[in-house]
Structures are given as C-alpha cells and as structure tokens.
Write a protein that binds this ligand. Structure first.
Ligand SMILES: *Cc1c(COP(=O)(O)O)cnc(C)c1O
Length: 502
C-alpha cells in the first residue's frame, strides 16, 4: 500500500505487482478518497463558469504526456493530474454560468451510483446477469403508465442508451409491424407503394437520419412544415400527407416532437395521432426533451397528448437529471415489440417465453451488453420520490418563463417564442444602428463567441428559418433572475464592442 502511494511505475513493474496492486482493496479505497476530495471541491465551487475552450492540439499534447508518463511520477500523482484535466475540460453543469445545452446538472447520488453500477455489473438486457435493472424497468414503467392513463393496458417500456437509439428502435418496430416480410426479405412487398415516414421540419437529426439507416432513403421522408410556434402545422400536414398518399407513398410512421431541440416546441399530438390513424400509420413522439413533464402535476398537461402515441421516448439524462445515457422508450401496446428484432440467439434467448424471458428486454432492444442506467433513475426515485424531479423541473420551467418576461422589458432584446419548456431563444437588436438581416445574424453569432471566450457564461445559438438566435437552456435550478440579468448585461457589453468593428 505504501509502495503504491509513493512508487513510480518502474518500481511496481520491477516487483511485477502492478496487476495485484490495481485490484488491492486498500489501494482502491485510497484512490477513491483522493477522487472524492476533488469532487467535493468541484461541487462546492459556486463561481460562474462558462466553458474552457482548449484546442484539440493542445489537449492532445497534455493527454499524450499523461499517457506515456515518462516522468516517473507515482500512480496517485498521475491520477490527480488526469482527474484535474477531466474536471477542467468538462462542461460546468453545476455552475450558474452554464446555460448552453440540454445536458443535466446531475443529481449527485445518481452519479455516485454509477460507480456501483460499474464495479458490480448488472448488464441490463438479460435477466440472468442483470436482474435488478430489468425489475427497475418495470417499476419505472408502471409509474409513467399511471401518468398516461395506460395502467390497465398492455403497455411496454424498454430503456436505451439515448433517444437517438430509441427513435430508431421505435421506427423499426413500426416498420416491421406494417410490413411483416421486410425483416426477412428486405422489401416491403407493397407493389407500387413506397414506404415513407413523415417528420416535422424541426425534427432532431437522429430522426431525420433514420430513413437512411433503415434503407428507406432520405428522399422518402415527408417534411411537415411548422406554424408560427414552430409546431407541426396540422392544416399543411393534412394537405401534404394527402398529396403524398395519392402519389403512391405508404406513410407507415408519423413522428412528432414533444420538446423540439431548438426551442422546446410541443407538436399538436392528438391531432397528429388522428392523422396517423387515417393513414394506418404508427405514431411515434420524440419526447426526449419534454416527456419527463409527465412526472409534474404542473407540467403534465403540456404533454398530455403522449397518451395517444403508439410509442414515445424520453431522455432521463436530460430532464430527469441522471447521468447519460438513460432513455425510456414506451409502447402503448407492448406486444408490438415482438416484431422489433425478431431474431433468436440460442446463447442468450429461449425458444419459449417463460417467467424470466417475459421480463427481460434483450430481444426488444438494440443493445446486448447494456449499461444498467435505469438504476441511476430508480435509485433517485426510491430515495427522494417523484416530487423531487417535479420540483426541479417546475423551477427550471418557471425561471425560463421569467427570463422570457424579463427580456421583453429590455429595449434591445427580442424573444423569438413563448417558452413551452426550459429552452428560450432570443436576439440582441441594437437600436442605434440599422443592420441588414445578414449582419444581424452575424452579430448574434459573434455575441455567442465573445460570451464563450469570456468564460463566465456558456450559451448556444440556433438558426430558425434563416434567423440566427441566441439560445439558453436552464438545466441548473440554482440559476436565478439575477443571473439572467447579469447575462443580459454581458451580452449588451459584448454587442457594443462587436458593433464598433462593423
Ligand atoms: C437530445 C435529443 C435527441 C437525441 O437524444 P440522445 O439521447 O442524445 O441520443 C433526440 N431528440 C430530441 C428532441 C432531443 O432533444
């Protein structure tokens, strides 16, 4: 143990003990303590921090130096340096300066549980090796089924590593149910009909790629235009789908969003589900961002239409604040998942369903070895209860709305939408100068860059129909209106200095 603390790598190699040292519980406990001290400091740090941009070249050099450890430092010294480098280059999700992205400010106990997940693996696809995550899937599914009014139906839920994978899995389920021969023969047997999916023009890129991935072809995506609130416009959707149908397109899946990535818009879910019924299409909702509103009595109504979905996913690693990636994919009719991956592998699956195989998710999800990230969610639910998530979500949504109201009182700020979640897009409009559309867009971009370079705030930008906007996502419940006011002052100062160069 003493040796481990002070010895250089060379000495350990000489003793040929590196392997046993690495697994020595005393050494591990010692390393754990060191890391814990660093994490304590990290969580205590309340300074405003944006993002620390280091060039790939610079970072590669530092990391290479740590990899090749020619300096003869002890293991603990190098671990210290590696953890410091990790912390320094990570997004500052615990800072009130972080407002850029949908990554969580993570519930700490959920993160700590990751170590338990890793040191005592329960790979989540098959019950035999991962009994607890398979049970946790069922418990969490039942909670959500109640919010949806599905509790007495034959619903199903699997967890996946991310919404990208969940969206793909849902569309494969939709396709295989609509075209029973496609899994085996590779074609839809639809004579002159062309299998097609319909998505909103603001759909996440993981949705728009699906047609390419499953071999439908990107040309067989129907893009549904948006209304002024950037939700799918039902009136135009009806016309476009009708026309496509007449032109021989077989629309087998309509995909809506509940919480678009750009502004958090929620599509008219009930109306779209009715259109799906009309075309005998599957109705999937990408609710990665706002599906978690279901846990909140205050917010549930906003996503009430999820009850009409054939399937929908939600990202617990975004708006339920657990470590990535933890996504829940729900099916209104769990039997449909029998056709998602209709393949048998004798080394893991049984020919006949029994009490155990009915319980496990392996044949319904993409992954084989799968992190049991559902346990990160389940553990928080068990310790703090549903209301805990709701309280944090309510606060984030409230702060975002207050920020929207506040920006409207300022002369030089324009809000671009009424927020439906914790995402807000806005622009800085200088009143003293008349700028062309292009210059105004360029100004927003430069403001984002300058704010980022200052290192106090981290905000993002988004393009909405050729208009560049600044974007904030409130993920940290410690962000107050003082922080928003301070941010606007920094934006104003940044804009004024940029405008001098115009
Ligand atoms: C984040 C996001 C995704 C992608 O989810 P991952 O979990 O990052 O794979 C898909 N759709 C929407 C609406 C999102 O916000």
């Amino acid at each position: 143990m003493n040796n481990y603390k002070v010895s250089s790598n060379k000495i350990i190699n000489k003793n040929n003990s590196i392997l046993y040292d690495a697994f020595n519980p005393n050494n591990i406990s010692f390393l754990f303590e060191k890391i814990q001290q660093k994490l304590y400091k990290l969580l205590q740090d309340k300074t405003k921090k944006g993002i620390h941009c280091i060039t790939p070249h610079e970072l590669l050099n530092i990391a290479l130096h740590l990899t090749d450890h020619k300096s003869g430092e002890s293991i603990i010294e190098r671990l210290n340096q590696i953890v410091d480098l990790h912390i320094n280059t990570a997004i500052k999700v615990n800072s009130t300066g972080y407002m850029a992205r949908q990554f969580s400010s993570v519930i700490p106990v959920s993160a700590i549980y990751d170590v338990v997940n890793s040191l005592c693996p329960q790979p989540a696809s098959f019950y035999e090796c991962g009994p607890l995550p398979n049970v946790a899937d069922k418990i969490i599914a039942e909670k959500f089924a109640k919010f949806l009014g599905w509790e007495n139906s034959n619903y199903g839920m699997i967890s996946t590593s991310g919404a990208s994978l969940a969206n793909l899995t849902a569309v494969i389920t939709a396709r295989n149910n609509k075209y029973p021969n496609i899994w085996k023969k590779g074609n839809a047997d639809q004579k002159n009909l062309v299998p097609t999916i319909a998505i909103g023009t603001d759909a996440h890129f993981s949705v728009s790629r699906i047609a390419g991935i499953i071999g439908l072809g990107q040309d067989n995506i129907i893009l549904l235009p948006l209304n002024a609130q950037r939700q799918i416009c039902i009136k135009q959707a009806k016309q476009i789908l009708n026309k496509a149908h007449k032109n021989g397109k077989d629309i087998f899946c309509i995909i809506a969003a509940a919480g678009s990535t750009s502004i958090g818009a929620i599509d008219p879910l009930k109306e779209l589900s009715e259109l799906a019924i009309k075309y005998k299409a599957w109705f999937h909702v990408d609710a990665a961002h706002s599906g978690s509103f279901l846990v909140s009595d205050q917010l549930r109504n906003r996503v009430a239409g999820l009850t009409y979905a054939d399937s929908f996913c939600l990202d617990a690693h975004k708006t339920l604040f657990v470590p990535a990636a933890c996504t829940l994919l729900f099916y209104k009719n769990g039997d449909k998942t029998k056709h998602t991956f209709p393949i048998q592998a004798s080394y893991v699956t049984e020919e006949f369903e029994d009490e155990i195989t009915k319980f496990e998710s392996g044949t319904k999800n993409f992954e084989c070895t799968k992190r049991p990230s559902i346990l990160n969610l389940w553990v928080v639910w068990s310790l703090y209860g549903q209301q805990f998530f709701a309280t944090k979500l309510n606060l984030l949504v409230k702060t975002t709305f207050q920020a929207y109201k506040y920006l409207q009182t300022l002369d030089n700020f324009e809000t671009l939408h009424k927020p439906e979640s914790n995402i807000l897009c806005f622009r800085y409009l200088p009143n003293e100068k008349k700028l062309s559309k292009e210059k105004l867009n360029y100004l927003q971009l430069k403001i984002r860059d300058k704010i980022r370079d200052e290192g106090r705030y981290f905000i993002s930008k988004v393009d909405l129909d050729h208009i560049t906007a600044l974007r904030i996502v409130i993920m940290n419940h410690e962000i107050s209106m003082d922080d928003i006011a301070d941010l606007t002052k920094h934006i104003e100062t940044a804009a004024n200095s940029i405008l001098k160069t115009f």
